[in-house]
Design a protein around this ligand. Structure first.
Ligand SMILES: NC(=O)c1ccc[n+]([C@@H]2O[C@H](COP(=O)([O-])OP(=O)(O)OC[C@H]3O[C@@H](n4cnc5c(N)ncnc54)[C@H](O)[C@@H]3O)[C@@H](O)[C@H]2O)c1
Ligand SMILES: [Zn+2]
Ligand SMILES: [Zn+2]
Length: 371
């Protein structure tokens, strides 16, 4: 089947929209007609080759759309269903067995190899294989092949919420909220600081409010984002260029229960670590230079029982957690619509530029109509 897809060839040229061919469905796969896709910083991390996904590739991993066709073994959704997509996983490794699929032992082949896990291509261009199956979806396209394990049917309770709004729930929002509610299990009444108030950080701030953390401190270098962070639940907001650590110490003289880094900058992570109270946890999700190292004082680890926690996908178990987040959204406690700026599919390069300049927190591409 011929579809239109945005192809990424690296950071020396813009994404280009071209015709590609979608492979036939396997028994565990679904063909989705895309309605919208969020753009996440991780798409840019691949463009910049911080993640070793082969180029050229069709990216996009926050897709939402309508199921057109399903393979014979699919149980997650049926043709006509409204669905959102997330990351893929194998379903039978020790992490998947423990409902921790973001740490799937075979995460790479199922999400980042450019092919299906068995090495077969899902996309072709001019008769040759094209890298796709990014996060088991490659949603920067008019149609996508997804898998039974990474598709979630939108519940009837959310039938009034447009798919273009729900699209980003499958990565950035899930990651920030899950980091707080699931990975770090933030306790009520405990102080948290969130470094980097992009989509992931803002989701963490909204989730920290749900968890009743206090105070909730946002740190960013963009004052507009800090103002929005306060609207979404931050009790304090400090500019990272203006002695944020000193100000955090003043607010929390006993130290932070939790520090959540979304910047991926090693000096910011080390600063966050230095602010932790005993039993404090620094959670980190940001993409970083593969050569970067972190330095922590050994005695401070053991003496205070502190934890440095790498986090993927906010420890989401996909379906149940996405339904939980949609529930918070319906209750008005997870108002992520305030982060979104919409762009037409053909404006993908403008959307990326708006994200990188800080103008738009969460760009969402409008790819097709719902009906
Ligand atoms: N681990 C995961 O599962 C996972 C999932 C999604 C995204 N990510 C990664 O998380 C990171 C955040 O994603 P995002 O979509 O929110 O990105 P984003 O670019 O929207 O947000 C990053 C924020 O950090 C701020 N920032 C930059 N330098 C800073 C500094 N020195 N101090 C404080 N703030 C600073 C920026 O102004 C920006 O607001 C990215 O690296 C992305 O690749 C990881
Ligand atoms: Zn697995
Ligand atoms: Zn992402």
């Amino acid at each position: 089947m011929e579809v239109k897809a945005a192809v990424c060839s690296g950071n020396t040229e813009p994404f280009t929209i071209r015709n590609v061919t979608l492979d036939d469905l396997r028994p565990d796969e679904l063909r989705i007609r895309m309605v919208a896709s969020g753009i996440c910083h991780t798409d840019m991390a691949v463009r910049d080759q911080q993640l070793p996904v082969p180029l050229p590739v069709v990216l996009g991993h926050e897709g939402a759309g309508i199921v057109e066709e399903v393979g014979s073994n699919v149980t997650s959704a049926q043709p006509g269903d409204r669905v959102v997509m997330s990351f893929n996983s194998c379903g039978h490794c020790p992490s998947c067995d423990a409902e921790a699929p973001t740490y799937c032992y075979d995460f790479f082949p199922h999400n980042w190899s450019g092919t299906r896990a068995d090495g077969s291509p899902t996309l072709f261009a001019d008769g040759e294989p094209m890298n796709g199956n990014f996060f088991g979806q490659s949603s920067f396209a008019t149609y996508a092949i997804a898998h039974d394990r990474n598709v979630v049917k939108v519940p009837d309770s959310a039938s009034d919420i447009p798919l273009e709004r729900l699209a980003p729930i499958g990565c950035g929002l899930m990651t920030g909220a899950g980091a707080v509610l699931r990975s770090m299990k933030v306790r009520a009444g405990m102080p948290i600081a969130v470094f980097g108030a992009g989509t992931v950080g803002m989701a963490a701030i909204m989730a920290a409010k749900i968890a009743e953390a206090n105070p909730i401190i946002a740190v960013d270098v963009n004052d507009e984002r800090l103002a929005l962070a306060k609207e979404l639940g931050a009790t304090h907001a400090f500019n990272g260029r203006d002695d944020a650590p000193g100000k955090i110490r003043e607010v929390c003289p006993q130290g932070l229960g939790y520090a959540f880094d979304t910047t991926g900058i090693n000096t910011v992570i080390e600063q966050a670590w230095s602010l932790l109270a005993p039993k404090g946890v620094v959670g980190m999700v940001g993409a970083s230079d593969p050569a970067d190292e972190l330095n922590f004082n050994e005695a401070m680890f053991m003496g205070g029982g502190r934890t440095v926690m790498g986090i993927l996908g906010g420890d989401s178990d996909v379906g149940p957690f996405m339904l939980e987040l949609i529930g918070y959204h319906l209750e008005g406690r997870f108002p992520f619509e305030k982060l979104i700026g919409y762009f037409d599919f053909g404006q993908i390069n403008e959307a990326i530029e708006a994200s990188e300049s800080g103008k738009v927190v969460k760009p969402v591409l409008r790819i097709g109509n719902e009906s």
